[in-house]
Design a protein. Structure first.
Length: 68
């Protein structure tokens, strides 16, 4: 399952929130959630407006193979 990603406000890097699309529907999420950033090791809050679903190369390659 794809991860839910946001941006670390300290470094500007994309970081995983610790949630995956199977356990959280960001489209219906209200408010904010906290997580410990794996990059800068501090706690950040994120909201649905700031987050996105990760789409990786392996997943895209899987879909291309299924269409071939």
């Amino acid at each position: 399952m794809p991860r839910i990603i946001t941006v670390c406000p300290t470094t500007g890097e994309d970081v995983p929130t610790g949630h995956r699309t199977q356990d959280l529907d960001i489209a219906s999420m209200e408010g904010t959630r906290a997580f410990r950033c794996p990059v800068c090791k501090t706690v950040h809050n994120w909201s649905a407006q700031e987050a996105r679903v990760e789409v990786g190369v392996p997943e895209a390659a899987h879909y291309r193979a299924a269409l071939a």
